[in-house]
Design a protein around this ligand. Structure first.
Ligand SMILES: NC(=O)C1=CN([C@@H]2O[C@H](COP(=O)(O)OP(=O)(O)OC[C@H]3O[C@@H](n4cnc5c(N)ncnc54)[C@H](O)[C@@H]3O)[C@@H](O)[C@H]2O)C=CC1
Ligand SMILES: NCC(=O)COP(=O)(O)O
Length: 353
């Protein structure tokens, strides 16, 4: 059985709730994952939400928990919907413990419930997000934030990688370079092969400007370096079909048709490379807010997370939807299995040589 750790996220948000609701799903419970967090916080979540929850919620007394208590004085300052340093310190400690146990070989992968970046900063942890902590603790400097999802209507798999992530919009054209895109495309091609079993992918690559610059009239990045970079990338990846730079507003039209069905349009790409956070995540969340899963690629282990955040506005009400957390757990299993099969194939091929 594949062993998974689940860090329970910010205790003032919906993380503990969606984790306990996910564990009420028999298919998730059968995986017997280990929750990394405070037993006391989980018990409190269960006691308060079970009577008013819209959905079944698992009793933490029956679950496997790596208990990391919060100092009782600090625990008293944790309240639903209140973003503060105590909650940020706790969620950071739990993530770190899950990663340390994974690095020690106890788990094959980590599923992380949502944290608040602002709460982390208040607690003195100056990371942009969980992605960067995973990468640093794993000792890798080439990693990416990808989103995957399986359409409940058509079964089509959505896969999108963000070339840049948590930076201000005005920095995007500065940070985006041919070298950065080389690294991101490399990660994406590897992920498609190793994690999704796609050896000859078609990848849609967005332009940066409206209409991909309209020949330089609406921006020059495409003309100056993006189109030349794509020509070189096509030579480097003869097994891949690289389409682009595609006008960003229309790039997702067939993805939407494939997601909602009833039929799949012809010529669908296997994956999308978006150049900045909202260029990728607005369409992904519009299509698949309750299904999409954030996965960090480039790590030596699998890491997934729901696509949503801490939802402080509804924390403590019992109405949070666990669907994306459930998907994050199933994707962690699926990605680990495909990766293991890939490794077996590589080893078998090496023995044949
Ligand atoms: N994986 C992670 O750790 C993520 C963390 N975040 C963090 O979460 C915090 C809040 O971010 P926001 O932009 O407000 O996004 P959010 O996803 O927390 O909330 C956006 C809206 O969606 C609703 N919502 C979110 N998840 C829901 C669920 N499972 N069921 C029902 N409704 C749900 C919320 O109530 C809110 O109205 C930020 O600090 C952000 O950095 C955001 C995305 C992912
Ligand atoms: N918008 C995606 C997001 O915020 C995920 O951040 P991370 O904590 O998984 O790095």
């Amino acid at each position: 059985m594949i062993r998974l750790a689940i860090s329970i996220g910010d205790p003032a948000g919906i993380g503990p709730e969606v984790v306990l609701k996910a564990l009420a799903d028999p298919a998730v419970a059968a995986l017997r994952p280990v929750l990394v967090g405070s037993r006391s916080i989980l018990s409190r979540t269960y006691a308060q939400l079970q009577p008013r929850s819209s959905q079944p919620i698992a009793d933490p007394a029956k679950l496997r928990i790596l208990d990391i208590p919060i100092d009782p004085l600090l625990e008293r300052s944790i309240h639903w919907g209140v973003e503060n340093a105590a909650a940020g310190a706790a969620s950071f400690t739990w993530l770190d413990a899950a990663l340390a146990a994974t690095a020690a070989g106890r788990f094959a992968g980590v599923v992380t419930a949502p944290i608040s970046k602002a709460a982390w900063h208040s607690a003195g942890h100056a990371f942009p997000g969980q992605t960067e902590v995973c990468a640093e603790r794993a000792g890798v400097d080439r990693f990416g934030m990808a989103f995957v999802g399986r359409s409940p209507q058509t079964g089509w798999k959505l896969c999108a990688l963000l070339a840049t992530t948590h930076i201000p919009l005005h920095q995007v054209p500065v940070v985006l370079t041919a070298e950065l895109l080389d690294r991101k495309l490399d990660l994406l091609v590897t992920m498609l092969d190793r994690d999704l079993g796609i050896t000859h992918p078609t990848i849609a690559i967005a332009g940066l400007n409206p209409h991909s610059g309209e020949g330089g009239q609406l921006g020059t990045e495409e003309r100056d370096w993006l189109i030349p970079w794509l020509a070189q990338a096509r030579n480097r990846y003869p097994n891949a079909t690289l389409r682009g730079p595609i006008p960003p507003d229309t790039m997702w039209v067939t993805a939407g048709q494939a997601w909602f069905g009833p039929t799949l349009p012809a010529g669908l790409p296997d994956a999308y490379l978006a150049l900045y956070h909202d260029q990728g995540l607005i369409p992904v969340k519009l299509m698949a807010f309750d299904r999409a899963v954030n996965t960090t690629i480039g790590l030596p282990f699998v890491r997934t997370s729901p696509d949503h955040g801490t939802a402080f506005d509804i924390a403590g009400q019992g109405i949070a939807n666990p669907a994306s957390m459930i998907e994050a757990i199933h994707w962690a299993i699926e990605l680990t299995e495909t990766r293991n099969q890939w490794r077996d194939r590589v080893v078998a091929a090496a023995h044949r040589e």
